[in-house]
Design a protein around this ligand. Structure first.
Ligand SMILES: [Zn+2]
Length: 375
């Protein structure tokens, strides 16, 4: 028999804890661990397991929960860097509603470390007075942004970094890739399961990565090249946004068929629609951030090789040859300075700078860096 917990690869201990907990789930959980180790997927799987008597992972209830369209499972992601206080207040109020279809309701707050202190105090009201009808799952990369009072109300479930074998196994279970491509994907993802799957799919995520690596290799050329990379990146981001919008449209249509116009259907539709809008805006920012991250990784490879590192050990192994050739054109110090520019750009996007402009200006700054030739 299948289990919805099969969706949590490389986290044996987490799986055991959740399988035991599902018999009589607690009121609030905090899933914590590094980025991309499967916490969000695990939160959806756990929500499905709480609602589905067999924790099967295959029935309509499970599949709707995993896709975020079950009326009794609310999944939230922040659109910007922090959650608005009003949203948290709405959540606390909505937690008192009775379930529509299932016995219980589950509220998942992804990136809960983006709930600032004032909003955490608002959330605390709900956590301190559990109704027994709702299970809260907060998902976060770290514990330190949380108030001790919030932490004390939650059962903390710790996720560990995922090893290369688990990432490789997940990629192999979903895609048919040649060994070499699979190895490159796993290394490029650096233990981030979501990233590995997106790269293996070979679509816009993979295009953003190659564009970033090509840009890093081309650094030091004419500023016109920087503008060209920036334009191409904006095109990829626009195409990613369009295909996500298409997928969301199909999902909404499917959802309308499934939930019809019964009690709570309008609220569910509105909630999913709002979440879709937030996701669309987030996807764009995230792709720009990915670009800057990959740019930084490639620059680090360039610095590493130029300081005598083994070309076999570069992260961007599928671009090893051009990296070796480009690395030798500049002193290590030059590459290190470019990495600093990248880090500053990353930070400014996180702090709400206009992402396309921030990326364009970092590319220009990088391409204008003083050219110091050696040898
Ligand atoms: Zn099921």
């Amino acid at each position: 028999m299948t289990s919805v917990f099969d969706r949590i690869p490389g986290q044996q201990r987490v799986r055991e804890i959740l399988e035991r907990a599902v018999e009589s789930p607690g009121d609030s959980y905090l899933f914590v661990g590094p980025r991309g180790v499967g916490k969000s997927e695990a939160a959806r799987a756990f929500a499905a397991a709480i609602l589905c008597p067999d924790s099967c992972g295959e029935c309509s209830l499970c599949s709707r929960t995993i896709r975020g369209i079950h009326p009794d499972v609310q999944i939230f992601q922040p659109e910007g860097y922090v959650y608005p206080l009003e949203l948290i207040r709405e959540l606390v109020v909505s937690a008192r509603l009775t379930p529509l279809e299932a016995e219980k309701r589950v509220i998942v707050i992804e990136e809960a470390d983006r709930i600032v202190e004032r909003s955490q105090n608002a959330l605390l009201k709900a956590l301190e007075e559990p109704t027994g009808a709702v299970t809260w799952i907060l998902v976060a990369d770290a514990l330190d942004p949380f108030l001790p009072t919030v932490l004390s109300r939650c059962q903390i479930v710790e996720f560990v970094p995922v090893n290369e074998e688990a990432v490789a196994a997940l990629v192999a279970s979903r895609f048919k890739l040649e060994d070499e491509v699979s190895k490159q994907t796993v290394r490029a993802s650096r233990g981030d399961l979501e990233k590995a799957l997106a790269l293996a799919e070979g679509g816009d995520a993979a295009r953003v990565r190659s564009l970033a690596i090509d840009a890093a290799i081309a650094m030091g050329e004419e500023p016109a090249a920087a503008l060209d990379f920036s334009t191409r990146l904006q095109e990829v981001v626009a195409s990613a946004r369009d295909s996500l919008a298409d997928r969301q449209k199909a999902e909404l249509e499917q959802m309308e068929e499934m939930i019809g116009s019964g009690r709570g259907s309008a609220a569910t539709k509105k909630r999913v629609g709002d979440r879709h809008k937030r996701m669309l805006r987030r996807t764009e920012t995230d792709l720009y951030l990915d670009f800057v991250t990959y740019l930084g990784t490639a620059l680090r490879d360039l610095a590493f090789v130029s300081s005598g590192g083994d070309p076999e050990s570069v992260v961007c192994i599928d671009h090893a040859q051009p990296i070796v050739a480009a690395a030798m054109n500049r002193p290590t110090q030059h590459w290190l300075e470019l990495i600093d520019e990248c880090l500053a750009c990353h930070l400014s996007i996180i702090e709400n700078a206009n992402a396309p402009l921030a990326v364009e200006s970092v590319l220009l700054a990088l391409s204008k860096s003083p050219v110091a030739t050696i040898g």
